[in-house]
Design a protein. Structure first.
Length: 156
């Protein structure tokens, strides 16, 4: 059957699209991020930036709001996300963080006594039947910081 044949079976990217009977001609996309996040009270933003040799992607102080109608932040936050394109594989994002973190592991472990430190990984796609690999060497970052490896998954 020809793809333009009305009798041709429709292809769906997601279960939601199948149930709703709505397919999409949009190409599949797969986006990844990884960021170092530090939360707590009275975070020394400048000291952290200086020790790690990077400027944070985002900071906020307890009581501030992202937007006027947003809830207030319950604690300070310092977040660094490498400036890689989201289409790069997750291992590249984690590797870029590891290059920043590795020389200052002792410092970051000491900060864990006063603040919550974690690595946030994100995966976003418009396809609900795909996956991704994370090479075992990428897990060194999580082991060294003694933080869990977690990934937030968003299917659009």
């Amino acid at each position: 059957m020809c793809a333009t044949d009305p009798r041709a079976p429709r292809k769906f990217r997601t279960l939601r699209g199948f149930i709703n009977g709505k397919g999409s001609d949009e190409a599949n996309y797969f986006c990844f991020t990884a960021s170092l996040r530090i939360f707590g009270g009275h975070i020394p933003f400048e000291e952290i930036s200086q020790r790690l040799g990077v400027q944070p992607t985002n900071t906020h102080r307890q009581g501030e709001r992202r937007e006027p109608r947003s809830p207030v932040y319950p604690e300070d936050g310092w977040v660094f996300r490498p400036s890689l394109p989201e289409v790069e594989p997750l291992e590249r994002h984690i590797g870029a963080l590891w290059q920043i973190v590795r020389p200052e592991l002792k410092y970051l472990r000491a900060l864990k006594q006063r603040f919550k430190i974690g690595v946030f990984c994100g995966y976003r796609s418009n396809c609900d039947h795909a996956g991704f690999d994370v090479p075992y060497k990428c897990l060194d970052l999580f082991t060294a910081l003694e933080v869990p490896f977690t990934v937030s998954v968003i299917i659009m």
